[in-house]
Design a protein around this ligand. Structure first.
Ligand SMILES: [Zn+2]
Length: 339
């Protein structure tokens, strides 16, 4: 696999450098550090551990215990996994098929600002968010609508933060909603849910792509925006909402007239929280640094209603696609207040 080769090369290079630069004692220390942080962690397969993947899972489990070398991750994509939001395949069933989903750093969470750690020196910067891509496409993947764009390579939007060790490059955005206005967001703020939440997914630049990044504990950074409902439409979301008419069925795809990410996602430098968590869908990899904006965006009541007319994998209405909040398990939430 490309990933395995790339990572092994990187680790070998790093250890050679170490031999030249450090004493034997330092080599030992740095090797220990590298095996914990720079090289892949003991990641489980992204597959579901059933059927033909059983052998792979067994092999991976053996290697987790016997070796710190990179693990072969087959596939690597997060699409086409079998899960949903109904009783038969919903969040309560995910841990049976995807072992990550029952671990201790899961997302979403309830963000209790009173018990968060104030970190007013931290910030975040949005780069190239004002640049219009060459093309934007949106697809109904049966779980949500996923929007992706094509920029000139040097124009692709990315974020930087004092809380991140690299630039994180925009990959795609999608939404979570509920059956009515009393539910829908994944994150709660001070115990309160919102009717809609938007996620902008970014991968770590040095890992070069989204599929590679999902194999590392610091692979992704996700920006989250919750929404409040208002009577009038929010025209910034007209293109996306109108496109849902053309992608009602699963796998349907549409092209949009291109717009910049700033058109739908305003930048914020404070008034947010950040914490370490996971993907909120299977396989629930604990690889995400979350940035949740505390200032809600607005969506029109009719616009929200149009999202609920999309169809899911079974051809039923996709009226609920959020995961319930997960236990914090002592994790620290950093709160960067408004100033
Ligand atoms: Zn999401």
């Amino acid at each position: 696999m490309d990933l395995e080769a790339a990572v092994r090369t990187s680790c070998v290079r790093s250890s050679r450098m170490t031999v030249f630069l450090a004493s034997a004692f330092l080599v030992l220390l740095i090797s220990l550090f590298n095996s914990s942080y720079s090289c892949p962690t003991a990641f489980e397969s992204l597959s579901n551990g059933t059927g033909s993947n059983e052998g792979l899972n067994a092999r991976l489990t053996r290697q987790i215990h016997t070796s710190a070398s990179p693990l072969p991750i087959e596939g690597g994509g997060l699409t086409e996994l079998e899960f949903g939001y109904k009783a038969k395949d919903g969040p309560a069933t995910w841990p049976n098929k995807f072992r990550w989903c029952s671990k201790n750093k899961q997302s979403p969470i309830n963000i209790n600002l009173d018990s968060s750690e104030v970190a007013d020196e931290e910030t975040i910067f949005f780069q190239n968010y004002n640049l219009i891509p060459q093309q934007i496409s949106i697809v109904n993947n049966g779980k949500t609508i996923n929007l992706a764009g094509t920029w000139n390579p040097e124009d692709r939007p990315f974020i930087e933060s004092s809380l991140l060790e690299d630039e994180y490059v925009f990959e795609a955005l999608h939404f979570h909603w509920g059956r009515n206005e009393n539910e829908g967001s994944e994150h709660f703020i001070n115990g309160e849910s919102y009717p809609l939440e938007m996620h902008l997914v970014h991968f770590k630049r040095s890992y070069r792509s989204f599929p590679r990044s999902v194999n590392y504990i610091d692979g992704l950074a996700v920006l989250s925006y919750v929404f409040e409902v208002q009577q009038e439409n929010n025209h910034h979301f007209n293109e996306i909402i109108e496109a849902t008419n053309r992608i009602q069925n699963v796998k349907a795809q549409a092209e949009l007239n291109p717009f910049s990410l700033h058109h739908v996602a305003r930048s914020f430098h404070n008034d947010f929280v950040s914490y370490k968590g996971s993907l909120t869908t299977p396989p629930c990899n604990e690889i995400v640094t979350w940035f949740v904006s505390l200032k809600p965006l607005k969506i029109g009541v009719e616009q929200l209603q149009k999202l609920r007319r999309l169809k899911d994998d079974d051809g039923d209405l996709l009226v609920k696609n959020f995961r319930p909040v997960q236990p914090l398990h002592g994790r620290e939430i950093l709160f960067v207040p408004k100033y």
